[in-house]
Design a protein around this ligand. Structure first.
Ligand code: COA
Length: 166
């Protein structure tokens, strides 16, 4: 299985819609723009917003050439040397190491191409698989924001992970 990343395009909208329009995926994401159901119009709006945002570096994840998710570096901290990481792997492609490979490719892009110094991610406390992905990619826990996110009619802690360039 070969995992690659390339810039997200508007023509990815149908694949993105199919990927995100899944209750299990939506309930783990920390993004106000993503709700269930996730329509084709929502997917187009999401991609257009991402392409317009000069501080968003968003990629499609491909698994043997097939759309398998997205990975992004966005929301830079002051000075733009630290970016927030986000990712999704579609149901069909989960459990095969795709997220871990895509995150490693994104780390490489961030540190080598963008020349940034730090990447961080906030994971909802209901998402052990995502924490595992980050740990496998070298991230370390940096703290816990208590009852930080309100979603699905309840509060979740956000677990913060960071990776500093060596
Ligand atoms: C989290 C997500 C990206 C993982 O994608 P994936 O391609 O299946 O991830 P990988 O296969 O690379 O690794 C997942 C790891 O978590 C482990 N895992 C899976 N479910 C788990 C669970 N319930 N508890 C603990 N570990 C779990 C897997 O065993 C694997 O570890 P291993 O390689 O040591 O066996 C995917 O499930 C997803 O997109 N979820 C919804 C969106 C999301 O959560 N995005 C991240 C927001 S921070």
């Amino acid at each position: 299985m070969k995992v690659t990343i390339r810039k997200l395009r508007i023509s990815d909208a149908a694949d993105l819609r199919e990927c995100i329009n899944d209750k299990e995926i939506v309930r783990r994401l920390d993004d106000e723009d993503i709700k269930y159901p996730f329509t084709l119009a929502d997917a187009k709006k999401y991609i257009k917003k991402s392409l317009k945002d000069k501080d968003s570096h968003e990629f499609a994840v491909l698994c043997d050439g097939e759309f398998a998710g997205t990975v992004v570096l966005e929301n830079p901290a002051v000075g733009k040397k630290t970016y927030e990481l986000g990712y999704v792997v579609c149901k069909k492609h989960q459990g095969k190491g795709v997220a871990s490979k895509a995150v490693k490719l994104m780390i490489d892009y961030g540190f080598k191409k963008m020349k940034i110094n730090k990447i961080w991610a906030g994971v909802l406390s209901n998402n052990p698989a995502s924490m595992k992905v980050l740990e496998k990619c070298g991230f370390r826990p940096e703290g816990r924001l208590k009852k930080h996110t309100y979603k699905n009619n309840r509060y979740y802690d956000d677990v913060i992970y960071g990776l500093i360039r060596r």
